[in-house]
Design a protein around this ligand. Sequence first.
Ligand code: ATP
Length: 291
Amino acid sequence: MSKLTIQNSIRKVVLHCDASQDTVRTTISIELKRVKLPNDLIRPRKRPTGAFAGYFLEEAPIRPPSALPPPGDLTLETNLSTFLGSGRTGIVYSLENAVLSDSTHFLPELVFKFARLHRCADLYREAWFYEEMECLQGVAIPRCYGLFEAEIPPGWMLKLIKLIILRSTRNKLCILVEERLGGHLSIGSPVSPELREDLNTLFEEIGHLGVLSENDIRYANILQAPACPPGLPSLVSPFTFRTHGWRMIDFEMAAKTQQTARALAIGHQEYLEYILDALEAGYVCDVGGSD
Ligand SMILES: Nc1ncnc2c1ncn2[C@@H]1O[C@H](COP(=O)(O)OP(=O)(O)OP(=O)(O)O)[C@@H](O)[C@H]1O
């Protein structure tokens, strides 16, 4: 039986990509190496002076120890397939002809989130939160297979329409590899009490790790859990013991805080309720993350 590809199994990505240099057009293969992030890349926000003590812990919750085995040595080789979406930081593609160097491992459907020009730091930040919240991957957030980067050979321009922005003006290519999720919430349909409850508890999960993400709570950042099969099953939350049908994405504006899980849940739910009420009324209203 196939072994599972766990989140730290892939050490290298080989991306075959159409590219051009002056008048030459060809397919180039870019080797991206996994980035090891420092544990202290993000430091917890200090409790504000004079803040109501009942909303704050003495210390921010400590990162739970990793439950993953030692890092693996697999290579993922792939082409890009369909453009799935984009935002201020990234451009997201599905993959085609993706293969692992050891085919006995199960390869779930993955997506690549490419950092836009000058946005690598944001992707580093987001990747750090995926590591910080490892115990919620497959529960409330997608499974994350790592952050990878490479130099684009000088003078070459990647030929994907949406990737033109990643061309020669800077030569660093940085991608976050995530499990592929499903679609967005529907617009203009009633939000059932069960769905409201599921989403409210979904946003509660990250608060148990002291993670504040209200600026990233937006319609575009709530996606359906992957269908299983072919995707991997949803896991039970270590905090609420629930299984969710939805996932939160996008943590580059998140913060690690000393706020209690309860205080964070209240804040997150307030943002969520605006979004859900607007969707029921037939429009998208994002209160978080305004530019
Ligand atoms: N794991 C995924 N599976 C399927 N689609 C995804 C996934 N991650 C992102 N997408 C698609 O790509 C879009 C943009 O992704 P994301 O929100 O991560 O980009 P961003 O640049 O960080 O956006 P923002 O402007 O909100 O910060 C999403 O709204 C969604 O449509």
